[in-house]
Design a protein around this ligand. Structure first.
Ligand code: OOG
Ligand code: NI
Length: 468
């Protein structure tokens, strides 16, 4: 008997990401419009800015740009979260980072499932922001119990997908046929269902507590609630959106526009009101609606070190303190001005960001280094090698999310009624217990990628090692 080879997890992830995007385009056609707009503006930007295009070529980002997207889902129970972890593992996606949204008035805590090695990220950077509802934050004990009972009864996984997850775990991979089957089955979990599992009365009670609670509890499964393509110019897309009948949220989340982009800037379009059928006590269907699914775009910049991140958090907080009220339609311009002013304290050129250890970088040996006699540069330090153009560097892309931005994205789709904060404190331990593993610290991942690039440079220059 001949054995079929296993499909690489990176390949399964790339295929799944495409399938998810195709499904979401059929479900939310406006997402398709947004994709086209982002692609047009990306192409235009690359034509206009040869330096940007050179940078994207150097890092390989040019190849992943078109397929780059993230999605978001919200689950209701520890068991759902733990099984999703096993499902995402089939595609080489592991939980990175912990995000607590409760202080911002959203009763969830979250992680991002994603690939971690730069080679895998290059093959497909698809990520899923995954939130677990914190039922303990529902005040009324009766409603809390009711929500828990409803969730305990639902099963979001087909028996076939569980079979395939187990097969992957025991055999160590999936064959092509199984991978194809897996993608079809996994897609089912995230599909939209226009029929709620509860009555309109129960829906309303859950909704009154928090719209997000209704979004998780009242449906058959964790429908994908947005997919986000990566743009090279978020300001241009934000301005162009209304011309395409897309209404963006008032302010772009994250840092201000910069010469050298850092972390992540994001904006979304308002969630759509969708028709939903509710069940009534006599078994009849009652028409109603639900608003949950939206579109988002993001521009990614350099990953920051702990020091850079602390500076970012501090400047963002200072801007918010100065504005005094949450940013909205009316003060959007004032907020951008304040933000830009505050961020003048954050160096905006790569050499300074590198010298002050604010960001992570990837190092490459230059052509020049390959033609020179290795012995002549044996004693040069990394800085000297850079100065003499034997090594060049590019910032590492930030692959994660930002809790304050995530809260802003959640809020913009929950209406103004949302509670301002939940008292329950951050609980990473509980989250990890429910997930079944610890989340990976993203800073360590950037550090490792940076180190691997230095090791590759050392090898190319025939050196034992190269330190920062
Ligand atoms: C997730 C919101 C967070 C992001 O990009 O920060 C998010 C959600 O609405 O479920 O997707
Ligand atoms: Ni998002």
């Amino acid at each position: 008997m001949t054995h079929q080879p296993f499909v690489h997890p990176d390949e399964i992830r790339a295929r799944f990401s495409r399938a998810m995007s195709d499904m979401y385009q059929t479900e939310v056609p406006l997402y398709g419009t947004l994709l086209q707009l982002v692609a047009d503006i990306n192409n235009h930007n690359m034509e206009q800015q040869p330096e940007l295009t050179r940078h994207l070529r150097q890092t390989g980002e040019i190849e992943r740009l078109g397929m780059e997207r993230h999605g978001a889902i919200r689950v209701g129970t520890a068991a759902e979260l733990a099984t999703l972890r096993r499902l995402f593992a089939v595609m080489g996606m592991v939980p990175v980072g912990y995000y607590d949204l409760a202080p911002a008035g959203v009763p969830v805590h979250s992680t991002a499932f994603r690939a971690i090695h730069e080679a895998s990220l290059q093959a497909c950077p698809f990520r899923i922001f995954t939130s677990l509802l914190r039922l303990e934050l529902i005040e009324q004990s009766e409603l809390r119990q009711q929500a828990a009972d409803i969730l305990a009864k639902r099963n979001i996984f087909t028996s076939r997908v569980i079979e395939l997850i187990v097969k992957n775990e025991t055999a160590g991979g999936l064959t092509d046929d199984d991978a194809t089957d897996f993608i079809t089955q996994a897609l089912e979990i995230f599909r939209w269902h226009n029929q709620a599992t509860v009555s309109v009365e129960v829906y309303q009670q859950l909704h009154d507590q928090h719209r997000l609670i209704a979004d998780v509890v009242a449906f058959k499964g964790p429908h994908i609630n947005h997919l986000t393509p990566r743009t090279l110019n978020i300001d241009a897309v934000q301005t162009a959106m209304p011309e395409h009948n897309i209404t963006p949220k008032a302010v772009i989340e994250g840092p201000p526009p910069r010469h050298c982009p850092i972390l992540l800037r994001q904006t979304s379009f308002k969630a759509l009101e969708e028709k939903v059928a509710f069940v009534s006590t006599d078994g009849l269907l009652v028409q109603g609606h639900h608003t949950a699914r939206f579109g988002e775009i993001e521009q990614r910049g350099a990953a920051l070190t702990a020091k850079g991140r602390a500076l970012y958090d501090c400047l963002l907080q200072a801007a918010q303190d100065q504005l005094q009220v949450p940013a909205n339609e009316k003060n959007a311009e004032q907020y951008s001005a304040i933000l830009s002013e505050q961020f003048r304290q954050f160096p905006d050129d790569y050499p300074t960001m590198r010298a002050e250890k604010l960001a992570f970088f990837r190092y490459f040996p230059t052509e020049k280094s390959l033609s020179v006699a290795a012995v002549s540069i044996q004693n040069l330090t990394l800085d000297e090698l850079i100065h003499a153009e034997f090594i060049r560097y590019e910032p590492l892309v930030y692959e994660d999310f930002l809790p304050v931005s995530a809260a802003g994205i959640f809020q913009s789709n929950l209406g103004d009624k949302g509670q301002s904060h939940f008292a329950g404190h951050s609980n990473q331990q509980d989250f990890q217990r429910d997930l079944g593993v610890e989340v990976i610290d993203e800073l360590q991942l950037y550090e490792q990628t940076q180190q691997r690039s230095l090791a590759a440079c050392a090898k190319a220059l025939k050196r034992a090692s190269l330190g920062l």
